[in-house]
Design a protein around this ligand. Structure first.
Ligand SMILES: NC(=O)c1ccc[n+]([C@@H]2O[C@H](COP(=O)([O-])OP(=O)(O)OC[C@H]3O[C@@H](n4cnc5c(N)ncnc54)[C@H](O)[C@@H]3O)[C@@H](O)[C@H]2O)c1
Length: 334
C-alpha cells in the first residue's frame, strides 16, 4: 500500500508514519511536508529508505500534488498551521495552508479516485460551558472561535463538498487535544514540561479553569487507522479518550511529577477568545472497534516527561524561539 502523508514531519503526522511503518510491513510512505518551523527533521530519522521518502514541498504545489496523489493508494492529510496563538497574529498563513492546501489535495484525490482521510480537530465546534454536561458529537454545529479553528472548519466543509459533488472517497476525523513525544514546545504540555526541565516556573493562561480533553498521540493514530479501514465514506468520526482535565490540574500533575508543589506556577494574561471547555463523545469511533490504550492520563504524562528528559537536543532550540514569541504578548498577572 502506497501512502501519501502530508505534514508527516510534525508531531502527530510523524507518529503516524512511524507507527504505520512499524506495524504494516506492506506499507510504504511518502511524506509531503513544507518543513515549516513546526516540523523537525529528527522526527523522521532512522526510517528504512526502501519504504520511506520525504519531499520538502508545500501542499499547494498543485502539479507535484497531482503526481504524488496519482501514484498513491491512500492520502492521510495532517499538514496544517496548527497553533491558535499564531493564528491570532497571522491568520492568512492559516487560510493558505489549511484551506487552500486542503482544496489542492482533494482536487487531486477526487480526480484520481484515491482514498482520502482528513485529520481535523474538535475545535471546529467552538467550546462548551464549564458546567455543561454536553459533549461534542458528529452532529454538533460548527462554531469556531479562532482563525485556526475557522480555517480547519472550512477545510472540513471542503472535504464534505468534494464527497458530495466530486465523488471523493473521504472520511474525516475530529480529535481532541493530543499529548505525547515530539510535540512542539510552543504547545501547552511540552511548554510546561520543558520549562520544568529548565528549572523554571510553569505559566498558566488566565485562571487556568479551561478544560481540555486529552488523548495520547498513539491512541489518536490507532483510531485514524481504524477509521481508514472500517469507516464509512463521507462520514465524520470523533476521536477522544475521556481525558477531561483543567489546565490547572495538568500543571499540578506535572509539578508533582517534578517533585514540586501543585501550586508552584504563575498566571499570565489570557489568550483572547480562549475556549472554555472541549469534550468529545467518541462513540462514533468506538463503534468501529477502536479503544484507547492510555486510559491513565498520569502515566501517559510520566511517559511524555521521560521522553523530553531523554531528548533535550530535540527541544532546546525550538523552545527558545517559542519563548521569544510568548515574551512579546504574555504578562505575568499573579
Ligand atoms: N495537536 C493537537 O492536539 C491536534 C488535535 C486535533 C487535531 N489536530 C490536527 O492534526 C494535524 C497535525 O497537527 P500537529 O499537532 O501534528 O501539527 P504540527 O504543527 O506539529 O505539524 C504540522 C506539519 O505540517 C507541515 N506543514 C505546515 N504547512 C504546510 C504546507 N503548506 N505544506 C506542507 N506541509 C505543511 C509542518 O511543516 C508540520 O510538519 C493538524 O491538521 C491539526 O489540525 C491536532
Amino acid at each position: 500500500m502506497r501512502i501519501l502523508v502530508t505534514g508527516g514531519a510534525g508531531f502527530i503526522g510523524s507518529n503516524f508514519v512511524r507507527r504505520t511503518l512499524d506495524s504494516r510491513p506492506d506499507a510504504s510512505v511518502t511524506v509531503l511536508d513544507a518543513m515549516t518551523y513546526a516540523a523537525n527533521p529528527a522526527n523522521l530519522t532512522g526510517l528504512d529508505p526502501a519504504r520511506f521518502a520525504l519531499l520538502k514541498e508545500d501542499i499547494r504545489a498543485a502539479d507535484l500534488v497531482d503526481e504524488l496523489v496519482a501514484e498513491s493508494d491512500l492520502v492521510v492529510h495532517f499538514a496544517a498551521e496548527s497553533h491558535n496563538d499564531n493564528s491570532l497574529r497571522d491568520p492568512f498563513a492559516f487560510v493558505r495552508t489549511n484551506v487552500e492546501g486542503t482544496v489542492t489535495l482533494v482536487e487531486a484525490a477526487a480526480r484520481h479516485g484515491v482514498r482520502f482521510h482528513h485529520i481535523s480537530t474538535d475545535e471546529v465546534f467552538g467550546d462548551l460551558d464549564l458546567d455543561d454536561p454536553a459533549r461534542f458529537t458528529p452532529e454538533t454545529p460548527y462554531s469556531p472561535s479562532s482563525p485556526y479553528s475557522a480555517s480547519k472548519a472550512a477545510s472540513d466543509h471542503f472535504v464534505r463538498a468534494y464527497v458530495r459533488s466530486a465523488g471523493l472517497e473521504a472520511t474525516i476525523s475530529n480529535c481532541s487535544n493530543n499529548y505525547g513525544p515530539r510535540q512542539h514546545p510552543e504547545k501547552f504540555i511540552p511548554r510546561q514540561i520543558t520549562t520544568l526541565l529548565e528549572g523554571g516556573t510553569p505559566r498558566l493562561y488566565g485562571a487556568g479553569d479551561n478544560v481540555r480533553d486529552w488523548i495520547h498521540v498513539d491512541d489518536h493514530n490507532d483510531a485514524v487507522w481504524t477509521i481508514i479501514e472500517r469507516g464509512e465514506i463521507g462520514r465524520t468520526y470523533l476521536i477522544g479518550a475521556d481525558g477531561e482535565r483543567s489546565n490547572r490540574a495538568v500543571v499540578g500533575d506535572l509539578l508533582e511529577i517534578f517533585g514540586r508543589g501543585r501550586d508552584d506556577f504563575v498566571h499570565v494574561t489570557d489568550r483572547p477568545g480562549h475556549d472554555r471547555r472541549y469534550a468529545i463523545d467518541a462513540s462514533s469511533t468506538l463503534a468501529l472497534g477502536w479503544e484507547p490504550r492510555y486510559t491513565d492520563f498520569r502515566s501517559g504524562l510520566e511517559q511524555t516527561v521521560g521522553w523530553y528528559r531523554a531528548n533535550p537536543g530535540w527541544w532546546r532550540e525550538t523552545r527558545a524561539s517559542a519563548e521569544e514569541k510568548y515574551a512579546i504578548t504574555e504578562e505575568v498577572i499573579g
